[in-house]
Design a protein around this ligand. Structure first.
Ligand code: THG
Length: 368
């Protein structure tokens, strides 16, 4: 049995005891928390997600809360996407950029009230950033972390599970919209979202002392549907083309390079951080873009730790940022952050670890 001591440096989620009791066998670190990855059978966990449903402890999706008369103002200043028409109860996928237009984080921005927002962040410390920008601009807003921990239910049967728990109204919830509600006295927000493209919901637990109770409710409701354990899966997210800022990006990556142009608005107020740089990049056109890679060969050949060079005629043209075995395509697939001169259909060479060269073809994303 493995134990983790709650400290400010490594915080267990409210679902941690349940997760360990279920037999979690591997995890990674995200936002200085533990992100359960597998319960011993990644292949089964993948197919459970594709064919039925899974529940994931995604408490690592921490919330940066903006509250006060200038909360909406600060949200817009931090996010390079037009939030002026965002409604209470609506979430939007946004790029948080620095002054150079480099992406720092890609949260979902949830509007709970006109003066209350959550940024449901990826893996970087946005509290400091939000406080600094707020202070520099003299805004009246409190930046804090609320007691909130998401639990994801994903897969084609996820809607049935969540409807059995909360009622059929969940079937009418639109993508990224959410409702605040409760179950057995446990306060939650229920959003149609989740880091897969198999459909589903995230239940944002709003009382960290009730994690095991909420886990049990979801587990029991999921039994008739064969709900499984797991965690966000690399193969599915890669097939689906989902972005992981920090893994797929470096300290020079802007949203236009990684297919976030469709979520990036440049006709927003001039005080949005990075907007001048983003306008310039959009006008000039990004020098790199994001394409899929399908590797030759049919044995599992995942990327281990670092980005690997992509070359054409011996010249580096980009980086392979991610590579996994796709069970549905029965191929190794990956992401290329690559010169805009390289096009779909081009053949490239991957400089794999151990000095191996592997041929690959550039394709459009998502793969599936
Ligand atoms: N849910 C919640 N918080 C999160 C994540 C989440 N925080 C961390 C991380 N994931 C944030 N990053 C993402 C990345 C992609 C998506 C959501 C959050 C996503 N993208 C879809 C796509 O790109 O196809 C949909 C985008 C759209 O159509 O608006 O879902 O998963 N709570």
């Amino acid at each position: 049995m493995f134990n983790v001591f709650p400290t400010a440096r490594l915080r267990p989620s409210p679902f941690f005891h349940s997760v360990m009791a279920e037999g979690c066998t591997s995890a990674s670190i995200y936002n200085r928390m533990i992100l359960p990855a597998s319960f011993g059978d990644p292949e089964k966990e993948y197919w459970d997600l594709i064919e039925r449903c899974v529940m994931w402890d995604v408490g690592v999706e921490r919330q940066v809360q903006l509250e006060g008369p200038d909360a909406a103002n600060l949200a817009q200043i931090l996010c390079a996407r037009d939030l002026s028409k965002q409604k209470v109860g609506q979430g939007k996928y946004v790029a948080v950029c620095n002054h150079a237009g480099t992406i720092l984080n890609d949260p979902i921005c949830l509007k709970l009230r006109d003066d209350l927002f959550w940024l449901s962040i990826a893996d970087s410390d946005i509290w400091y950033w939000a406080r600094a920008i707020s202070a520099e601009r003299g805004l009246k807003v409190e930046v804090s972390e609320p007691d909130v921990s998401p639990l994801a239910v994903q897969g084609p049967k996820a809607e049935d599970v969540v409807a059995d728990i909360f009622g059929d109204w969940v079937r009418d919830v639109k993508y990224f919209w959410f409702n605040e509600t409760e179950i057995d006295g446990i306060p939650v927000a229920v959003q149609r979202s989740g880091w897969s493209k198999q459909g589903g919901f995230e239940i944002y637990l709003r009382d960290g002392s009730r994690g095991d109770d909420l886990w049990k409710i979801v587990k029991e409701a999921g039994q008739p549907y064969g709900i499984g354990n797991g965690g966000p899966t690399s193969p599915e997210r890669t097939e689906s083309g989902l972005i992981s800022v920090g893994s797929d990006t470096d300290e020079h990556t802007n949203p236009f390079e990684i297919r976030m142009g469709r979520f990036t608005d440049t006709d927003v107020p001039d005080d949005v951080v990075g907007i001048n740089a983003l306008r310039r990049i959009k006008q000039e056109g990004p020098t790199r873009h994001h394409l899929g890679l399908v590797l030759d060969g049919d044995f599992k050949d995942p990327l281990q730790f670092h980005w690997e060079d992509i070359t054409v005629d011996g010249q580096k043209v980009g980086d392979m940022t991610n590579c996994v075995w796709s069970p549905r395509m029965e191929k190794n697939i990956g992401y290329a952050l690559i010169s805009a001169q390289c096009k779909v259909g081009d053949r490239v060479v991957l400089q794999r670890s151990g000095g191996r060269e592997v041929d690959a073809t550039l394709v459009e994303m998502p793969f599936l």
